[in-house]
Write a protein that binds this ligand. Structure first.
Ligand SMILES: Nc1ncnc2c1ncn2[C@@H]1O[C@H](COP(=O)(O)OP(=O)(O)OP(=O)(O)O)[C@@H](O)[C@H]1O
Ligand SMILES: [Mg+2]
Length: 601
C-alpha cells in the first residue's frame, strides 16, 4: 500500500478552526488516543509518568504508518483523513485537521515507532523542536507507539500554568474515560507511575461503564434507544435516585466523539424534571449518531463542540427518548418527590390531650450582662476573641453576602426544657425568652468544628469495627481518597488500599456506622468535589465541611430530650455557634418582651 498522508492545501487548512490544541498533558493524551482509534486499533495502552509531564506514551496495534508517512506526520496540516473542503462536511474520523502531532512536536520531545502489517521493518523517528533529529528503520510490532517526553520543555510559561498533579491527573483520567466509553469494543489500559489504573476488556457499553465507574453502576442504568431518520439515540441514563449534586457522569457522544453541549444537556435535565431535586444532576451516557453531513464539528480547536443542522428536532427527540425510557422502566410514576417527610405530624391518639408547656421566666435577666450566669451556655458567649474569628471566617466575599450580623446574644439557661418541633427545630427556654435552634444547621456546625480540630491536631478517634467492608470505587474517587489518606484517617476513617480501585474500611468516625461507610464516603467525596468548585476552601476545611454535612442530623429526624440537651450544650461550646459552616443561622430567639408585645402587653 502506498503512502497516505498529504499536506492540506492552504485553502482547506485556512478553513479549519485553529487555536491552541495542547494546553495540558491531558490534551496530548486525547489527541494521541484519537489517532490510535482512527488507526483501527483493537488494543490501546496509555502510560503516564508524573501525570504526563515527564512521559506520556500511547501504544496501539492499529494500521501503522509507512516510513514516508512517519516522516511527514508531524508537519502542519499533514493528514490522511481529509483532502478537500467538501470532506470537512463529511467527517467520519476523530482527526481531520492534521494539527495534533505538529502541535505536540512543537512543545515536547517526541519518539514515534511505527510499523504497518505489510512491512517487515518499522520506522523510528525522534523529534525535537519540530525537527526530526533521528530516523532509522527498526524492528517493532505492528501499530504505532508515540512517546512524548518533557512536555512544554520550551514553553515554561505553559508548564508553570499547569495545576497540581492531582488536578492534572483528573484531566488525564477524564480524557481517557471519554474515549474508553465511546469505544467499548476496544481494549484499553492506563498505567500511571507504574500503577495500573485501568485495564478495560472489550465488551458492551454497559460492561464498559461498569468497568470504568464500578460495579454498583450496573443497577443504576436505564437503557435509552430511539431511532429516527435524523438521529439514532442510544446509551443509558442513571436512575433519578442516583442523581448527584455534582455534574459527575454526564457524557454526550456525537458520532462517538465526546462533546459538550448545553442545549442537549438541557433536554436531558428537563426530561428529569419533577423526578430529581433542582440542585441535582442526572447521570447519562448518551450516544447520538447522525449523518456527518448534518453536523459541524469544525467550530472549535479542541473539537468538543458541535453544531447540528436540526438542533431543535434533535432536542425534541432526545427529550422524548429520555421521557420514554423513564416511563418504560416504570421510574416516573414510582416517585413522589413532593412529599416532605419532615412535615408528617403523627395524629393524636384518641382521648389524648395536648399538654400546654409550662414556661418559667426570669424577667429580671439582662442578656447583655455576661457575668450574670454560670450556665454551660456561657461558654458560647461571643467573646472578643470569637468576634474577631467570625470576621475572619467570613472574609470570602461570596459567603459574607449571605451572612446577616448576629442579632442576638445567647444568654444563660436556667432550665433548657428542650422540645422538638416538626422534627426539625429545637425549642428551648432561655432567661430572656425562647430560643429556636435549627437541628440540621446546628449539628453541622458542631461536627464541622469537631472534625476541623481533629484534622488540626491529627487526632485519630477511629471506631474500630469488628467487620470490615470492602468497596470498589470509580478510579478518580479512589485516587482522591488515596491522595488524602492522612486527612481521612484523622477524621476517623480506617481505610486501606485493597487492590485496584478497591478499599477496605475497618473503621469509621464515631458518629457513623460501618454499614453506611460506602454511602458516607461517596457523599463526602461528592460534597468535597462540589466545594472545590463552589466555595474554593482549603483541603482540610473542605473535608471537615463535607463530613459534617454528610453526618449532620437531618430535618425530619426525631430527637430525644437528652440528645437535644447535648446538642444545645455542644453548639454553645463551639467557637462560632451562631452559623452553620456555610453561613446559615443556627439559632433565632424571641424575647419575652417580643412575646408580651404580641399579646398586647
Ligand atoms: N497512531 C497512529 N497510527 C497510524 N497513523 C497515525 C497515527 N497517529 C497519526 N497518524 C497519521 O498521522 C497523521 C497526522 O496525525 P495528526 O493527529 O497530526 O492529524 P489528524 O489526526 O489527521 O488530524 P487532527 O489534527 O484533527 O488530529 C494522521 O492523519 C495519520 O495519518
Ligand atoms: Mg489526530
Amino acid at each position: 500500500m502506498s503512502d497516505i498522508i498529504k499536506i492540506l492545501s492552504e485553502k482547506v487548512a485556512n478553513q479549519i478552526a485553529a487555536g491552541e490544541v495542547i494546553q495540558r498533558p491531558s490534551s496530548a493524551i486525547k489527541e494521541l488516543l484519537e489517532n490510535a482509534v482512527d488507526a483501527g486499533s483493537t488494543y490501546i495502552q496509555v502510560i503516564v509518568k508524573d501525570v504526563g509531564k515527564t512521559l506520556l506514551q500511547i501504544i496501539d496495534n492499529g494500521c501503522g504508518m509507512s516510513a514516508n508517512d512517519a516522516n511527514i506526520c508531524i508537519e502542519r496540516h499533514a493528514t490522511s483523513k481529509i483532502q478537500k473542503t467538501d470532506d470537512l462536511f463529511n467527517i467520519r474520523t476523530m482527526g481531520f485537521r492534521g494539527e495534533a502531532l505538529a502541535s505536540i512536536a512543537a512543545i515536547a520531545h517526541v519518539a514515534i515507532k511505527t510499523k504497518r502489517k505489510e512491512d517487515d521493518l518499522g520506522t523510528l523517528i525522534n523529534i525535537e523542536g519540530s525537527k526530526i533529529i533521528e530516523k532509522e528503520p527498526c524492528g517493532c510490532s505492528d501499530g504505532t507507539s508515540v512517546a512524548v517526553k518533557n512536555l512544554f520543555y520550551n514553553v515554561p510559561a505553559r508548564r508553570n500554568f499547569l495545576k497540581s498533579n492531582p488536578v492534572e491527573m483528573r484531566h488525564v483520567i477524564d480524557e481517557f474515560q471519554r474515549i474508553a466509553l465511546a469505544y467499548p469494543h476496544i481494549k484499553f489500559s492506563l498505567i500511571s507511575n507504574d500503577a495500573e489504573l485501568f485495564q478495560l476488556k472489550e465488551g458492551t457499553l454497559r460492561q464498559r461503564i461498569v468497568a470504568v465507574f464500578g460495579r454498583n453502576y450496573n443497577q443504576r442504568l436505564v437503557p435509552v434507544a430511539e431511532e429516527t431518520s435524523l438521529v439514532k439515540i442510544s446509551g443509558f441514563i442513571g436512575k433519578p435516585e442516583y442523581a448527584k449534586k455534582t455534574r459527575g457522569e454526564q457524557f454526550f457522544f456525537v458520532n462517538k466523539r465526546f462533546i459538550k453541549n448545553g442545549y442537549l444537556h438541557h433536554a436531558v435535565q428537563n426530561a428529569f424534571q419533577d423526578l430529581i431535586h433542582n440542585d441535582c444532576h442526572p447521570s447519562y451516557f448518551l450516544f447520538l449518531d447522525s449523518d456527518p453531513r448534518s453536523i459541524d464539528i469544525n467550530i472549535h480547536p479542541t473539537k468538543t463542540e458541535i453544531k447540528f443542522e436540526n438542533d431543535r428536532s434533535i432536542y425534541a427527540m432526545l427529550h422524548a427518548a429520555i421521557k420514554q425510557s423513564l416511563g418504560k422502566y416504570n421510574i416516573a410514576p414510582m416517585l413522589d418527590f413532593d412529599k416532605e417527610p419532615s412535615f408528617d405530624i403523627p395524629p393524636l391518639s384518641p382521648g389524648a390531650s395536648i399538654k400546654i408547656p409550662d414556661v418559667k421566666l426570669d424577667t429580671t435577666y439582662n442578656p447583655f450582662d455576661v457575668n450574670q450566669s454560670s450556665s454551660p451556655l456561657n461558654k458560647g458567649m461571643p467573646t472578643e476573641k470569637n468576634k474577631v474569628k467570625w470576621q475572619d471566617l467570613y472574609k470570602s466575599e461570596k459567603v459574607t453576602q449571605r451572612i446577616p450580623e448576629p442579632d442576638v446574644l445567647i444568654t444563660t439557661m436556667e432550665e433548657k426544657k428542650p422540645s422538638q418541633l416538626h422534627n426539625r427545630f429545637i425549642i428551648s427556654q432561655i432567661k430572656s425568652g425562647i430560643i429556636v435552634i435549627d437541628q440540621h444547621n446546628a449539628s453541622e456546625r458542631i461536627l464541622y468544628e469537631k472534625y476541623l480540630s481533629s484534622l488540626e491536631k491529627n487526632n485519630q478517634s477511629i471506631q474500630k469495627q469488628l467487620f470490615s467492608k470492602t468497596i470498589e470505587m470509580p478510579p478518580s474517587d479512589f485516587e482522591l481518597i488515596m491522595e488524602m489518606q492522612d486527612e481521612i484517617t484523622s477524621l476517623g476513617f480506617d481505610v486501606r488500599e485493597f487492590g485496584k480501585n478497591t478499599l477496605v474500611i475497618e473503621g469509621v468516625p464515631s458518629d457513623a456506622s460501618i454499614e453506611e461507610a460506602e454511602e458516607l464516603l461517596e457523599k463526602v467525596l461528592e460534597q468535597f468535589k462540589l466545594n472545590i468548585t463552589d466555595i474554593r476552601v482549603e483541603k482540610r476545611d473542605n473535608l471537615a465541611r463535607s463530613l459534617a454535612k454528610s453526618l449532620s442530623i437531618k430535618p425530619g429526624v426525631p430527637l430525644e430530650k437528652k440528645e437535644m440537651t447535648a446538642l444545645i450544650d455542644e453548639l454553645f461550646a463551639c467557637d462560632m455557634p451562631y452559623y452553620s459552616p456555610n453561613g446559615y443561622p443556627t439559632i433565632t430567639t424571641m424575647s419575652i418582651e417580643d412575646l408580651n408585645k404580641k399579646f398586647g402587653r
